[in-house]
Design a protein around this ligand. Structure first.
Ligand SMILES: [Zn+2]
Length: 260
């Protein structure tokens, strides 16, 4: 950053919220990551409690898009306050495109008892492949978790070879991430279990598996996220270091880094 305006070409990641499906830690909301490129921005996931944290950092109506990785509520349920905000706090109402897995819209209509509840957030259903959004190119890849779970790679549009950000979403098989990771990328990876024994049917990863994916994919940096409250963070870092000798850190609300 800071080299003759290059900062406008480098992705910047802000961890808005990194908690797993539940937490007792005050001030920690679930899954939400802000990716900025110059003045443009998008959000990956909008888990419970994250909307206020997002709104405190950036005007939500300024986002080029919201991407949702899968249909577990800790990854999207703050679409409810997002929708209310866009509809009632913005005059005229604002529209932010929503890229979400199949069936999400129907589920909100049923939950809220209102037809087309998310109508103010238009956008195509998520499938595998690359779509261009503002200054970003976002590639979605199916991963093993629940039906229609996706990981994402975000890169500056039209800048092949520029380091990208790969976000695992929730993922039970580290090998699923390899098609997305390119050498030099930053891997933002769930490590729900830390160093504990995985519960296979939950389809989440350990810190060791996250480190393995970073190494095998040729990433330059690994950010561990979505870890349970009970995880010993130092032990998780050490386990990941056992697999991957690049830069490693733990996601926490407010963490910012340049994807370089
Ligand atoms: Zn999940």
């Amino acid at each position: 950053m800071g080299e003759g305006g290059r900062s406008g070409d480098v992705l910047r990641l802000t961890v808005v919220a990194s908690a797993p499906a539940y937490t007792r830690r005050a001030g920690h909301a679930s899954s939400c990551y802000l990716v900025e490129l110059g003045a443009d921005a998008l959000v990956l996931d909008l888990g419970h409690g994250s909307f206020a944290a997002l709104g405190a950092r950036r005007a939500p109506e300024s986002l080029a898009a919201v991407f949702i990785s899968h249909l577990h509520p800790d990854h999207h349920i703050d679409l409810v306050p997002m929708r209310h905000y866009l509809r009632y706090a913005c005059q005229p109402p604002a529209a932010v495109p929503l890229h979400a897995p199949p069936d999400l819209r129907r589920r909100y209509d049923q939950l809220l008892g209102e037809a087309d509840f998310l109508g103010g957030m238009p956008g195509e259903e998520l499938g595998e492949g690359t779509r261009e959004v503002g200054r970003f190119a976002v590639t979605a890849q199916r991963v093993t978790h629940i039906e229609n779970s996706f990981a994402f790679r975000v890169e500056p549009r039209g800048s092949p070879g520029t380091p990208g950000l790969v976000f695992s979403g929730d993922c039970g098989k580290p090998g699923d991430l390899l098609p997305l990771i390119r050498p030099g990328d930053t891997l933002l990876c769930e490590a729900t279990w830390g160093v504990a024994e995985p519960v296979p049917e939950a389809a989440h990863m350990t810190a060791t598996q996250a480190g393995w994916a970073a190494r095998e994919g040729g990433a330059s940096r690994l950010v561990l996220t979505h870890m349970l409250d009970t995880v010993d963070l130092e032990a998780a870092l050490e386990a990941a270091r056992g697999e991957f000798d690049g830069r490693i850190c733990v996601a926490a609300p407010g963490l910012q880094l340049s994807v370089d």
